[in-house]
Design a protein around this ligand. Structure first.
Ligand code: SF4
Length: 342
């Protein structure tokens, strides 16, 4: 059996809007493997969440046009009949949504919500579903799970609610877990616990994991491979150790340079100037061009392809490979801080 569990190939997602088509995802290709974690990072609006909502077929076809291929174990999810897709969502792919308080039903006890998931997907008695819900809560480290199962979402802490979401996503024992910003709004200690929990489940039950986050620091803790997204495209992709150890794309350099140093130095951070482009009005050529301190005239001519330079490590930048690291160490004359873009 192939190690590739989910394969996204040349995915395009376009939303209709009064301002014209919004190209939220534009030619994205990614792979998630069994027993491994794929980290997907990028700023808000880079297309991270939309990509995986498309994989779950949760986008409204009245407003979103999706094309390309999204294969789970070789089967294209985009062409599956809706009824068959219901046997994929939950039983084969579990998803943790961004905001547990919004995702959980406020008027149902958490144990009942997990039981309902089981009963919707199988012939199981109310009593057995209830027992499995409690077992699912216990598996994600919730203390006194019998008692917690009888509580409503608002009675639980943020960390507990997030664990409930993980329990619900995993109760049908899927092969793939998509975790969309699973630790946003949690304090650092609880974030570490949640990440460790997901990683433990990955190793114990061979789960494939997609971790979507705006935080490089979060992804670097647990991902095996990482894709950096910008304006609907992957601009760098590869093994986590390579992307963080030897980043190749100026956007990734900018993201890393804007992180605080772990040694506690007091040097000021270097933010990436400017803001991501409007997806309804993209710049010509490289989409990072208006914010890039290394931009050349050729950068505006066409969108750079994602090209593999070293084994498994690809980037979408036309800078010559020789001396890229030297460039990164040079002071960056960000165009947004100096002259206007040509
Ligand atoms: Fe910068 Fe040009 Fe590379 Fe884009 S292609 S990241 S504008 S150097």
């Amino acid at each position: 059996m192939s190690d590739v569990l989910l394969e996204i190939e040349n995915l395009h997602v376009t939303f209709a809007s009064p301002h014209g088509p919004i190209r939220a995802v534009d030619g994205l290709s990614l792979r998630a493997e069994r027993g491994a974690t794929l980290g997907v990072v990028g700023e808000s609006g880079s297309g991270k969440s939309v990509t995986f909502l498309a994989a779950m077929r949760l986008l409204d076809p009245a407003t979103a046009t999706v094309s390309g291929r999204i294969r789970l174990d070789g089967v294209d999810l985009l062409t599956l009949p809706s009824r068959e897709m219901q046997t994929v969502r939950g039983p084969r792919i579990g998803m943790i949504f961004q905001d547990p308080l919004a995702a959980l039903h406020p008027l149902l006890r958490v144990g009942d919500q997990i039981s309902e998931t089981l009963r919707a997907h199988g012939d199981i008695s109310r009593r057995d579903a209830s027992d499995r819900a409690v077992a699912a809560l216990r598996r994600v480290g919730i203390p006194s799970p019998d008692e917690r199962a009888r509580q409503y979402p608002h009675e639980l802490s943020g960390g507990m609610r997030q664990r409930v979401m993980i329990a619900m996503a995993l109760v049908l024992e899927p092969e793939l877990l998509i975790a969309d910003e699973p630790t946003t709004a949690l304090d650092t200690t609880v974030e570490a616990q949640i990440l460790a929990l997901i990683d433990d489940l990955r190793t114990r039950i061979g789960l494939g994991v997609v971790l979507i986050s705006h935080s490089l620091a979060t992804v670097s803790q647990v991902a095996d491979t990482v894709a950096v997204m910008y304006a609907g495209r992957a601009i760098e992709r590869g093994p986590c150790s390579d992307v963080f150890g030897q980043p190749q794309h100026p956007y990734t350099w900018g993201l890393l340079d804007s992180l605080p140093a772990v040694d506690g130095g007091h040097e000021s951070l270097t933010p990436i100037p400017g803001a991501p482009p409007s997806l309804a009005d993209l710049p010509p050529g490289c989409r990072f061009g208006p914010r890039c301190g290394y931009r050349m005239p050729a950068c505006g001519e066409r969108v750079p392809d994602l090209v593999e330079r070293h084994a498994g490590h690809a980037d979408a930048c036309i800078l010559p490979m020789d001396g890229r690291e030297g460039l990164r160490r040079a002071p960056i004359a960000h165009p947004a801080n100096s002259e206007p873009a040509p």
